[in-house]
Design a protein around this ligand. Structure first.
Ligand code: ZN
Ligand code: ZN
Length: 496
């Protein structure tokens, strides 16, 4: 029995060893620089700055990012998968296990980026309390921190941290460094201007800012960006980044993302505008057409928040198609309910779809152009009948129906999206072409069944989505994703 127990213990020990040696690469984006942001306490608003820093890094496509909000639990094992740590933390001590793990991580040849107030956290005094509302300070036992970061405030506690928050110029002091190369001579910051700091002899200043005495400054150039070597590792400090508006300055973004890349790898491949707003050079150009039917204003939120989507709004179909828009937009999304369009407008709309552009017909736009047979039969592949036509009764609608929407086909638009549980308006008695490819369907008896389909129209990609009456749909995450994917697919930017 004892022997069996011993074998069991050896087996358990072996499996733990195997686990710690497990290849973690399937859990990270391939070839990405792996970043761990240490956060969760700060006398700054980490609840907004940490997600923003994460977003800045992800935007570049160069990084994969995790966030740790309880750094006190860190060990060498938990840090091992990462190439660089980003410190957005200013709060109580982590204890010697975690602090040693970080020091070993850096000394062993990896990277550390310290943002703004995070330099204060262990620089001799630490901030107590929940970090949101500091309750006091006490001496920090982590003496190595200052050596690692390459400096800190001259006195402990500092007499002053900074002058007034204002807009100032950051001058590049060393344009040969990978972080600052090709950035030009200077950039603008709107921030606190940290001063009265002291650097260790080997610390290298990359940028400074003149600290205007009229704004409570020292009258001296103060270091804003610096780098330091600690053991085999690289450390980048940015004094900038008091809060998100300060962090959205292009100079902050460029130096932060490149500083993180450099700390991780010793090089920078990212261009000077990496992560900045200008970086999406070719966003999808969308024209949203409304008019002829009321809707809640939260409808517009469907198109917001995507950096690769630039959208305009036309409040009527006449306004939308008064000119040839073939060169101006990639996709038209119709959320209007229109019957009349003059000859010129029809010509322009026809030219747009015949040019191979994308078209999304959303909800009540299925009732558009009742007497324009080419439109509903060939382009849309469906029509809501506004009235009885011969023996065929008019279509019907029902508000606030509880729907379970399921996949009807495998497609890039709907992959992983359904089932969708949603309250929305249903249509019944529509004419739907037998040649459409149904993407989504529901079993609700007040509906025809198909609630999203691809038209057979060959000259351009056309998708019809019956869902989308009001805010209950607009705010449903799956509906939002359905609309987003539909727009990108019709533009040829989302698979086949
Ligand atoms: Zn600050
Ligand atoms: Zn409706």
């Amino acid at each position: 029995m004892k022997r069996l127990l011993t074998i069991a213990c050896v087996l358990i020990a072996f499996s733990i060893l195997t686990l710690s040696a497990t290849d973690l690469s399937p859990f990270f984006r391939p070839d990405a620089v792996r970043v761990l942001i240490l956060s969760g306490r700060n006398n700054h608003d980490w609840r907004t700055t940490t997600p923003y820093l994460k977003e800045l890094l992800l935007r570049t496509g160069r990084f994969d990012v995790r966030v740790c909000e309880e750094p006190a639990g860190m060990t060498s094992e938990s840090l091992a998968p990462y190439h660089v740590l980003v410190l957005d933390y200013c709060g109580p001590s982590w204890g010697s296990t975690a602090e040693q793990a970080v020091a070993q991580f850096v000394k062993g040849g990896k990277g550390l980026v310290v943002v703004h107030g995070a330099i204060y956290g262990f620089s001799g005094l630490e901030v107590l309390g929940d970090g949101h509302k500091p309750t006091g300070i006490k001496e920090s036992p982590w003496g190595e921190f200052r050596q690692m970061v390459g400096g800190g405030w001259k006195t402990t506690p500092p007499k002053r941290f900074h002058g007034d928050r204002h807009s100032f110029t950051v001058k590049i002091a060393d344009s040969s460094h990978p972080i600052t190369k090709d950035l030009g001579a200077s950039f603008a910051a709107t921030d606190e201007l940290y001063h009265q700091m002291e650097l260790l002899p080997d610390t290298k200043v990359l940028a400074t800012a003149f600290d205007d005495p009229k704004r409570g400054g020292t009258g001296q150039p103060e270091p804003m960006l610096w780098v330091n070597q600690h053991g085999q590792g690289r450390v980048f400090y940015t004094a900038l980044g008091h809060e998100v508006p300060a962090m959205q300055e292009s100079g902050f973004i460029a130096t932060f993302v490149r500083g993180t890349e450099w700390a991780a790898t010793g090089k920078t491949a990212l261009p000077p505008d990496a992560g900045c707003n200008a970086q999406v050079s070719k966003p999808l150009r969308l024209l949203v057409v409304t008019g002829g039917h009321a809707y809640e204003s939260s409808f517009y939120s469907l198109f917001d928040g995507y950096r690769d989507l630039a959208w305009d709004h036309a409040a009527t179909n006449q306004e939308a198609f008064k000119n040839d828009i073939t060169g101006k937009y990639d996709v038209v999304l119709m959320y209007d309910m229109s019957q009349n369009l003059d000859d010129k407008g029809r010509k322009n709309l026809q030219a747009f779809v015949e040019a191979g552009k994308g078209l999304v017909v959303l909800h009540h736009a299925i009732a558009n152009y009742q007497t324009w047979a080419w439109w509903s039969k060939e382009v849309v592949g469906g029509r809501y009948l506004l009235q009885k036509e011969g023996d065929t009764p008019g279509s019907t609608y029902k508000h606030d129906e509880e729907l379970v929407v399921e996949n009807a086909a495998q497609h890039a638009i709907t992959a992983g999206l359904a089932p969708i549980h949603i309250w929305d308006e249903t249509y019944k008695g529509m004419w739907i072409s037998p040649t459409v490819k149904v993407l989504l369907k529901t079993g609700n008896p007040t509906s025809d069944g198909p609630v999203a389909w691809i038209s057979p129209y060959e000259k351009s990609r056309v998708v019809c989505v019956q869902l989308g009456h009001d805010g209950k749909a607009y705010r449903h995450p799956a509906f939002r994703e359905l609309v987003r994917r539909t727009i990108f697919w019709t533009a040829g930017r989302l698979g086949k």
